[in-house]
Design a protein around this ligand. Structure first.
Ligand code: AMP
Ligand code: MG
Length: 534
């Protein structure tokens, strides 16, 4: 294809690179690892790879960006998404940010293996940044190679899209490209490095700015750059707040708190465990961002973390996520102090809003999960906590439990409820008299509550099935798709994505994707435990 034709093929996309146009750039354009001061980003081009090949894509995102099916199928699309070509409308860069990792300030982090290609104005006029993850080293790569392996890229690709279809705010994934190059990884940090296939995901979001993007400037007393980033973010991503001022910075903070609280309610609803909720992994837009050693709760255990690096402290366990988000927001508040004349109280309001939004959201979410008409105060809260106790009596699959509960007629004999829910239990032998009695007691209370609400079983079931997914990205399902992909059969990724596009609908013929984790997957790497190595 001639250079001219090549350029024209991308003309259905409109690029407008606001981030690089409005914000201060690192004057150094060399690709050397360094501390970057007074700049929001460094210009850097993706690393060339041997044989870029598109192995999966999201058709919804492609359409949203205005990418034609012809372009999608072309080798030049794989070339761009693999990092081998940069279109003249793009302006590739890596962002500077810092963060608290596992509760400790870690200084400068930045896009160590993510390279933003530029911003596309999508078919609805919204700005979307395209970002290649695993596209090679940047000035922020610290001690690592800037690359990503196939297994972690499949996981990021699938989970981004699965979350979207579940109705959970998230960054999206446009494409998954195999680079044709091998990447060395010591998966369990035990001195057994292996060669793995390299891959690149193109992530898409209105903004990839994180809480840590603000923290880095505050930590360096660089109030000028801090203000520029805040003003840029408010003008472009929070324009409804009006022109930046101390009051508007406080409102901005409050809205970030509100969105983050809503996100936590969603994660708790679907059983998602992020695994690495460092402040650099929390989005300013309240999106789920940075899919690493995340996992899906199978057995309902609030203490579970999929991340082997977090196995000791379990800071990022399922049940602790709402508190961690609040802690992260408090760190973020600290970094905004110079913009609000150091008025702690005005930011405290945002943190209160976090608690209020989370509590309200949690109560209505739990009511909806149980098919109640609405949340009716303390008695309902007792019903919820009673349920969490019951869920922990025996190893119980959270996803299946809610779906099966929706099918249980409200006039069922309470004593038989465990039999009706048997699909959700991992070990039938655990369902002893004690479990039966406790479950029956709880179910009787639920029956009374349902009678008071006057909701028909049919309505309740429909209401519950709209909020309780049947198909989630079970850890072992992702691993099976990865195993096939590593053997050269990439079709499992598209098959799984197809199922996950309709997570709340029963899909005849696809029952296997809704089954609880098989025994072989209980302790297999990638299925129940993951390291940060990716
Ligand atoms: P994470 O907590 O995995 O999101 O990453 C923390 C920091 O490490 C971020 O600044 C990443 O960009 C960086 N990082 C992670 N993996 C790599 C890698 N393979 N090469 C370079 N930087 C990386
Ligand atoms: Mg990260």
């Amino acid at each position: 294809m001639s250079q001219q034709k090549w350029i024209e093929a991308w003309e259905t996309l409109t690029f407008d690179n606001r981030f690089t146009r409005h914000l201060p750039a690192d004057p150094d354009e060399s690709n050397q690892i360094r501390q970057v001061h007074g700049a929001c980003y460094s210009r850097v081009v993706p690393k060339t790879v041997s044989a870029p090949r598109l192995i999966a894509h999201s058709r919804e995102i492609a359409e949203q960006l205005g990418i034609t099916p012809e372009l999608l199928r072309s080798q030049q699309f794989a070339d761009v998404m693999g990092g081998n070509a940069v279109h003249p409308s793009m302006d590739p860069f890596a962002m500077c940010y810092g963060g608290h990792q596992f509760g400790n300030w870690a200084g400068q982090l930045g896009d160590g293996r993510a390279i933003n290609l530029g911003e596309v104005v999508d078919v609805d006029g919204r700005y979307q940044t395209l970002q290649l993850k695993g596209a090679g080293p940047t000035p922020y790569s610290r001690f690592a190679d800037g690359l990503a392996v196939l297994r972690s890229s499949v996981r990021e690709f699938l989970c981004s899209e699965a979350m979207h279809h579940l109705g959970v705010p998230t960054t999206r994934a446009l494409s998954l490209v195999l680079t044709g190059d091998a990447v060395t990884r010591d998966m369990f940090y035990d001195g057994n490095p292996k060669q793995e296939p390299g891959a690149i995901v193109c992530r898409v979001a209105p903004s990839f700015v994180r809480l840590g993007s603000f923290q880095i400037f505050a930590s360096r007393d660089d109030v000028d750059t801090l203000r520029r980033l805040a003003d840029f973010t408010i003008r472009h991503d929070f324009p409804h707040l009006g022109e930046p001022s101390p009051e508007v910075y406080a409102e901005f903070f409050a809205e970030v708190c509100q969105r983050t609280a809503e996100l936590m309610v969603h994660w708790m609803r679907v059983g998602f465990v992020h695994g690495v909720m460092n402040t650099d992994n929390l989005s300013i837009l309240g999106l789920t961002i940075d899919y690493g050693p995340y996992g899906w709760l199978e057995d309902y255990d609030p203490g579970w973390t999929p991340n082997t690096t977090d196995a000791q402290g379990r800071r990022y366990r399922y049940g602790h996520q709402p508190q961690v988000a609040q802690w992260n927001l408090a760190q973020f508040a600290g970094s905004l102090l110079p913009l609000v004349d150091h008025d702690v109280d005005v930011l405290q309001k945002g943190l209160h809003l976090y608690v209020e939004t989370f509590d309200d959201g949690w109560n209505s979410m739990m009511s909806a999960k149980l098919g109640l008409d609405k949340f009716r105060g303390e008695a309902d809260q007792r019903l919820f906590s009673g349920l969490f106790d019951v869920l922990q009596l025996a190893e119980t699959d959270m996803t299946l439990f809610y779906r099966r509960l929706a099918d249980v007629p409200s006039d069922s004999d309470a004593e038989s409820v465990c039999d009706l829910l048997r699909d959700a239990y991992y070990k039938p032998a655990e369902i002893n008299d004690e479990v039966r009695t406790a479950t029956a007691d709880w179910f009787s209370r639920y029956q009374t509550r349902l009678a008071g609400a006057g909701v028909s079983d049919e309505k309740r079931r429909a209401r519950m099935n709209r909020i309780n997914p049947l198909y989630v990205l079970r850890n072992y399902l992702a691993q099976l798709a990865i195993d096939r992909s590593e053997q050269g059969d990439h079709s499992g990724i598209a098959e799984l994505l197809e199922v996950l596009r309709h997570p709340y609908d029963e899909q005849p013929g696809r029952e296997a994707y809704a089954e609880k984790r098989p025994e072989w997957a209980r302790h297999r790497a990638g299925c129940s435990m993951l390291s940060c190595s990716s």
